[in-house]
Design a protein around this ligand. Structure first.
Ligand code: SF4
Ligand code: SF4
Length: 126
C-alpha cells in the first residue's frame, strides 16, 4: 500500500505536528532530559497547540520535523516518536498514492513530486 523507505517524508513535513504531554515525556526519557528541557528544546507553543514539534529547514519541502534526517530521509527517533506519527497513516497513505501516481506519469522511480508552491515552501520553512 505504501513504502516509507521510498518516500521523501511528506508526513514529517506537515506544518503542525502536535505532541501530547506523554510524547514530550517519552522524548525526554529517550534523550535523558528533564521534561522542561525537552519541552523547551523540542517543542514550541502557539494558539493551535501547547506542544508543537519544532521544525528545521528542508531542501525538498522547505521545512520538516527537527528529528527527520534530511539526507537519509527518515526518522531519527523512531522508537520515541510521538503518538501521531505512530498512528499515521493508518490504512492507506494518500501522499504515497500521489507520489506513486506522479512517478508512473514521469516514468521515473526517483521523481519527487511536491504538493507545495514556492510561496508555501517559504512559509513552511519559517
Ligand atoms: S507520507 Fe506516507 S509513505 Fe511517506 S513517510 Fe509518511 S507514511 Fe510513509
Ligand atoms: S518524529 Fe519522526 S516520524 Fe514523527 S514527524 Fe518527526 S521525523 Fe517524522
Amino acid at each position: 500500500m505504501y513504502n516509507c523507505a521510498k518516500c521523501p517524508g511528506y508526513c514529517c513535513s506537515y506544518p503542525l505536528i502536535q505532541l501530547t504531554k506523554r510524547d514530550v515525556e517519552r522524548l525526554a526519557k529517550h534523550f535523558g532530559l528533564t521534561f522542561e528541557k525537552a519541552q523547551k528544546k523540542f517543542t514550541t507553543s502557539n494558539w493551535e497547540a501547547k506542544y508543537a514539534m519544532r521544525r528545521k529547514k528542508d531542501k525538498i519541502f522547505g521545512g520538516i520535523c527537527q528529528f527527520f534526517d534530511t539526507d537519509a530521509r527518515r526518522c531519527t527517533v523512531y522508537e520515541a516518536r510521538p503518538a501521531i506519527c505512530r498512528s499515521y497513516p493508518g490504512g492507506r497513505c494518500g501522499y504515497y498514492d500521489f507520489l506513486s501516481h506522479e512517478r508512473r506519469a514521469q516514468d521515473d522511480e526517483t521523481f519527487i513530486a511536491t504538493t507545495f508552491s514556492k510561496l508555501e515552501k517559504d512559509n513552511m520553512a519559517k
